[in-house]
Design a binder for this molecule. Structure first.
Ligand code: GLY
Length: 348
């Protein structure tokens, strides 16, 4: 590693990991004048969690019961998304909002807890169907979350790769101290554990992609059907992403049970999806931490970490990029980062 230059223009920064977080951090640093190199074993590949992710930008529906301070970070990043997306071109950003939906009385009881937490007004089944006519007549109740959005993570990554064109190096880094740079940012998702000793574990998620006539759905749906949790993310081109399992497993095997459960829940909520083509079954691993909040901050002199984003890698990309770039280039960042430092796990 180099001796270190004062922060700012010309600083040589190595980013380890070319997923959505590493690319977003690298792009922010580059825009602010750093000399950035992003290392990834397959910088043009599709191995990252981003390739599987549906791209829900759902601060209300995610993680709020597990780590309350995470809510502020999710909201702050959600607020940055319109500008972040605009800077990348057409990345499928859509702000139609999310409909929470529940099929049975038990599903209503369970989902209502989340809706109350988000301070959303309940909607009846017929009010929901006025907004989203493709919903089953069996859907009993729901709620509308106007601030929840969606984006296509595959298009976001393509756009960020474009920004970093010529700076993506195909290399598997196994020792960050061997990198010739003034600063290193480790943003290697689940691979961050082996590089840093931080407690990050893979949490398997299986996700389906369906395709049919555009327009069957216009909102993201997030709900429960007979006890099965599911979200549906409709794209303008007719793709509908259906997710996701959450399994403490490391394998990459798509399973019949998961496909069955996801399809069953999706079709119970939106029967018209039965005519869609099943185009993809994908498996990814979310990088989970012991408190399921990300790890953001300085690990040691010249080494920073941006990892462990668990279910919120896409949503948290803009705020992560800004906080980590600030820290690398200026030595300080907004105090919102203080709850997420590696220090809470006894590191740094
Ligand atoms: N953010 C949704 C998921 O991880 O499944």
């Amino acid at each position: 590693m180099g001796s270190g230059l004062p922060g700012g223009r010309g600083m040589r920064v190595a980013v380890v990991g070319g997923g959505i977080i590493g690319l977003a951090v690298g792009a922010d640093l580059l825009r602010r004048g750093a000399d950035v190199t992003v290392y990834d074993p397959a910088p043009d590949g599709i191995d990252g969690a981003w390739h599987v992710a549906a791209g829900m930008l759902a601060p209300g529906g995610e993680s709020v019961f597990e780590f309350p301070r995470l809510e502020h970070l999710l909201d702050a990043s959600n607020a940055r998304w319109p500008e972040f997306a605009a800077g990348l071109g057409d990345v499928g950003y859509d702000d139609a909002g999310t409909l929470g939906v529940a099929l049975t009385a038990d599903d209503v009881t369970e989902m209502a807890r989340e809706w109350r937490h988000q301070k959303l007004s309940p909607l009846t089944g017929s009010q929901l169907r006025e907004r989203e006519p493709g919903l089953s007549p069996r859907v009993r109740a729901g709620a509308y979350a106007p601030d929840e959005r969606q984006v296509d993570p595959r298009r976001v990554v393509a756009a960020l790769r474009n920004v970093l064109h010529g700076r993506l190096v195909p290399r598997l880094v196994d020792d960050v101290s061997a990198l010739d740079a003034d600063a290193v940012v480790v943003a290697a998702g689940c691979g961050t554990a082996a590089l840093t000793g931080l407690p990050i574990r893979p949490v398997k998620g299986q996700v389906l992609r369906l395709r049919g006539e555009p327009g069957l759905l216009t909102h993201v749906l997030d709900g429960a059907a007979d006890g099965r949790h599911v979200y549906l993310v409709p794209r303008a081109d007719g793709e509908v992403v259906v997710g996701a399992t959450q399994e403490e497993r490391t394998d990459r095997t798509p399973t019949a049970g998961a496909v069955h459960d996801l399809l069953r829940a999706a079709l119970d909520l939106v029967p018209g999806l039965a005519e869609h083509e099943l185009t993809e079954v994908t498996v990814g691993h979310r990088p989970g931490t012991p408190d399921n909040a990300p790890i953001l901050g300085r690990l040691r002199d010249g080494v920073f970490v941006a990892a462990g984003h668990y279910r919120n890698g896409v949503l948290l990309a803009p705020i992560t990029a800004r906080l980590i770039a600030d820290l690398v280039l200026t030595g300080t960042a907004d105090p919102i980062i203080d709850d997420f430092t590696p220090g809470r796990f006894g590191c740094a």
